[in-house]
Design a protein around this ligand. Structure first.
Ligand SMILES: [Fe+2]
Ligand SMILES: [Fe+2]
Length: 306
């Protein structure tokens, strides 16, 4: 475990999105749709993280790791709730979110829940533990990207021109992802019996998580683009997944409003290294510096804006 010693605390932030436009990144419907789709994925997704981690807690024998896992749960619970509130913002802009959100809820609550499909056999104790560790591994793979994307957000200046409230919402969230980027990896390692098993299973899980994550992100953005009345949204809604990936690469390179697909590929390539650890994927101090000036985080701490 290479975690920098740091106590994870939840910040009870609130965001008033009443004046935030649908295209909160100016002149960029692609990035706005793609990122807005995340509001529909994370409420169920991050609540699922919390449920899995609460089940994993009794197996954690290291007191420091236990404290990290508890801090992680507290932060992810607020992330989930915050994105859930942001769904009202999408409704205010006349987006119907029901169909896509229902699919995501099925994915996390049923498919990745306690008894996927009708496999009640998983209720048997030993298999139940394997299923739990597997899901902890899936979370570790997802958290590799939230940490890398968090550092990208801290480094990028492109959202300075975006709607300040929505930009702060994503920056606050992603700064906390950088802050807790080592927890999921350390927990998965802690629950794997051998280093070889840990290495092989984290590669196997990444091979599933990476394409699935790209697909789900693209579907989220597409579910909103299909409802857009402007020419670009209608163009976007007709495109294949491959064409969207090419568009993400183009827009990422041109504007830096979204990371490029190459950035995500490079992040997954680093994961393959046997000595990989997410401690090297981000800068905790840079995340804390942002959280010290984030308007929402300051308000949550009872501090005036800087
Ligand atoms: Fe989160
Ligand atoms: Fe996270």
């Amino acid at each position: 475990m290479k975690t920098a010693r740091h106590t994870l605390k939840a910040r009870r932030v609130q965001f008033d999105l009443a004046s935030t436009p649908a295209y909160w990144i100016p002149d960029d419907p692609f990035s706005s749709h793609l990122i807005n789709g995340i509001h529909l994925i994370l409420p169920a997704g991050e609540l699922w993280f919390c449920r899995v981690y609460n089940k994993a807690l009794p197996y954690v024998t290291d007191p420091q790791l236990r404290a990290d896992v508890e801090g992680f749960i507290r932060q992810e619970a607020i992330h989930s709730r915050t994105h859930s509130h942001a769904e009202h913002y999408l409704h205010r802009h006349h987006f119907d979110t029901e169909a896509f959100r229902s699919k995501i809820e099925w994915l996390f609550e049923r498919f990745l829940g306690e008894a996927p499909f009708t496999l009640n056999v998983l209720k048997r104790k030993r298999l139940e533990k394997h299923w739990l560790v597997l899901r902890v591994g899936i979370i570790a793979a997802i958290e590799h990207f939230t940490g890398a994307l968090g550092q990208w957000t801290l480094d990028s200046k492109s959202w300075d021109k975006a709607d300040p409230v929505m930009a702060d919402l994503f920056r606050w969230h992603l700064a906390e992802e950088v802050e807790h980027r080592t927890v999921a990896f350390d927990l998965f390692e802690h629950l794997c019996k051998t280093q070889l098993g840990f290495y092989i299973s984290r590669q196997a899980l990444m091979a599933i998580v990476f394409p699935l994550m790209i697909y789900v992100l693209a579907e989220g953005g597409m579910s909103l683009a299909r409802q857009g009345k402007d020419e670009y949204s209608m163009w976007m809604a007709r495109k294949s997944l491959l064409r969207l990936i090419i568009e993400m690469e183009r827009i990422g390179r041109k504007t830096d409003n979204v990371p490029t697909f190459t950035f995500l590929l490079q992040a997954s390539a680093r994961w393959v290294l046997p000595n990989f650890h997410p401690i090297t994927e981000g800068d905790t101090q840079q995340a804390l510096d942002y959280l010290a000036r984030s308007p929402a985080a300051r308000a949550a701490a009872g501090l005036p804006p800087v």
